[in-house]
Design a protein around this ligand. Structure first.
Ligand SMILES: Nc1ncnc2c1ncn2[C@@H]1O[C@H](COP(=O)(O)OP(=O)(O)O)[C@@H](O)[C@H]1O
Ligand SMILES: C[C@@](O)(CCOP(=O)(O)O)CC(=O)O
Length: 460
């Protein structure tokens, strides 16, 4: 591998030139938890986003990481970061015969994480909360993973990474994936700045003629878990270089790195969250298969209420709750998952129908589809409750919605966090205001939003 982006290579401007990227949060419409066990899921991107800025200058010898949301403000000295980036990345392949873009699949995740934890021990970083620690571990992991695998170093003495978000963290709106996708995208963009693509190469290929992965190489666990995040996934990215500012190959790379980073907090994520936050839109997802765009005929503008129970929960713990139910009653559990799969498939059919409804169609036709979708929401919620991932406050919110003729369900890991509800077109504004008012009066926060916007994108 050749060195790229070495300090003083002349490619970096002397003024501050921030890199800014952002990625959306996501809402799972159907298939949370069951997706972990290989079932179908459908998720859409939110218009609430996480933004990451990378700012370079020579003010001080430091790498600063800031996330005001989590109260993170950590400084590492540049020399120690330099030595972290100089250390070759631990891979599960012996030979050099691989492609840079395959590295997230070939990575020895546990060894890289051990290295990051050693680095943190030596840096004497003190953080009081585990969420802050997860944030820092993920930033260093993605920094070392994406830069050192290209043998890149920071271009300037001082680099500052600043995270801001519109999302509530730890509530089922994919803040973690949105964060991981944005950080991975920021480092990829930074790497491209350090090593600008050859103007003669339309592929933006960072490594041009690096050989393909050898046939005989060992496949990493990450590779198996994210298998199928293939180029087809980028049908949502509109061509080779869509409006995101990233090529299809780059989007796949970002999603894979974000998946790896998600393993830090979640252990064994399904891959749904990082995929939804990378590609945006409304996607159909099954572990080990290429994700597909839902509503290909006409993008669906799904009008949604997001209801915050303000009950904190952790995804990893809720996945463990479901796993415990499975260990106790495997047959019953698997039957529930099969039924959730049926619900998801039926919902996908209905979203397909919605997307095919011609403009000017009979509003009754649309109303019928929505009323079927709302029944599926109710069914899905009942099934999730039976897995043990519900919460009294979720039930309370869903009860209030019920009173207004709306069906809600939890979204994400459950155990608190958010409930969602589809707002049917032409719902009377007064009735909607009333139900939102009742929810707020009972201590819930309510946001009305539209599902299915952009995935990760370059802001500047
Ligand atoms: N804006 C942010 N800045 C830094 N870290 C973040 C941010 N948003 C999310 N995270 C990371 O993601 C974790 C939340 O993940 P999780 O419990 O899965 O919730 P969610 O359902 O919102 O993804 C946080 O503890 C933190 O480590
Ligand atoms: C419960 C699960 O299906 C979704 C978790 O979503 P969130 O982290 O609560 O946003 C876990 C997963 O898909 O990895």
């Amino acid at each position: 591998m050749s060195d790229i982006g070495a300090k003083g290579d002349g490619n970096v401007e002397t003024s501050e030139l921030p890199i800014a990227v952002s990625a959306p949060g996501k809402v799972i419409l159907h298939g949370e938890h069951s997706v972990v066990y290989g079932k179908l899921a459908v998720a859409g991107s939110l218009d609430l986003r996480t933004a990451v800025r990378l700012i370079e200058n020579d003010a001080r010898d430091a790498f600063d990481v800031e996330s005001a949301t989590l109260g993170v403000d950590v400084r590492f000295d540049s020399k120690s970061i330099k030595s972290l980036l100089e250390t070759p990345l631990p891979l599960l392949v012996d030979s050099n015969d691989y492609n840079y873009w395959d590295i997230p699949n070939l990575l020895d995740h546990d060894r890289l994480l051990d290295r990051i934890d050693d680095f943190l021990d030596k840096s004497n970083v003190r953080l009081s909360h585990s969420s802050q620690m997860t944030c820092i571990r993920a930033v260093l992991y993605l920094c070392a993973g994406i830069l050192s695998s290209a043998r890149a170093q920071f271009g300037r003495e001082s680099v500052r990474l600043v995270v801001t978000t519109d999302l509530t963290t730890g509530a089922g709106m994919g803040s973690s994936a949105s964060f991981s996708v944005s950080v991975a995208a920021a480092f990829l963009k930074y790497l491209k700045r350090l090593n600008p693509p050859n103007k003669d190469s339309p592929n933006d290929d960072l490594v041009g003629d690096r050989p393909k992965q050898s046939q005989g190489s060992k496949e990493s666990q990450a590779s198996k878990e994210s298998e199928g995040f293939s180029a087809e996934a980028s049908q949502a990215s509109k061509g080779s270089k869509g409006s995101s500012g990233f090529s299809a190959k780059e989007l796949e790379f970002i999603s894979r790195w974000a998946f790896n980073a998600e393993r830090i907090a979640h252990g064994a994520p399904s891959g749904l969250d990082n995929t939804a936050c990378t590609y945006g839109s409304l996607i159909e997802f099954r572990r080990g298969a290429a994700p597909a765009l839902v509503g290909a005929a006409r993008p669906l503008d799904l009008d949604l209420l997001l209801i915050d129970t303000k009950v904190a929960r952790q995804t990893k713990k809720m996945v463990e709750v479901a796993a415990r139910t499975r260990r106790m009653f495997p047959k019953i559990f698997d039957n529930v998952l099969d039924t959730i799969e049926l619900v998801t498939s039926k919902a996908l059919e209905l979203y397909g129908e919605l997307s095919n409804v011609p403009a000017g169609a009979d509003p009754e036709e649309i109303r019928t589809i929505y009323s079927k979708l709302s029944v599926l929401f109710g069914l899905n919620q009942g099934l999730l409750n039976s897995l043990g991932v519900g919460h009294a406050r979720l039930d309370e919110a869903i009860g209030i919605l019920d009173g207004a003729g709306l069906k809600g369900k939890l979204t994400g890991a459950g155990g608190g966090g958010y409930a969602i509800c589809l707002v049917p077109p032409r719902m009377e504004a007064k009735a909607l205001e009333e139900v939102m008012g009742t929810l707020e009066a009972r201590g819930f926060d309510v946001i009305r939003t539209c599902l299915g916007g952009d995935g990760v994108r370059v802001e500047c």
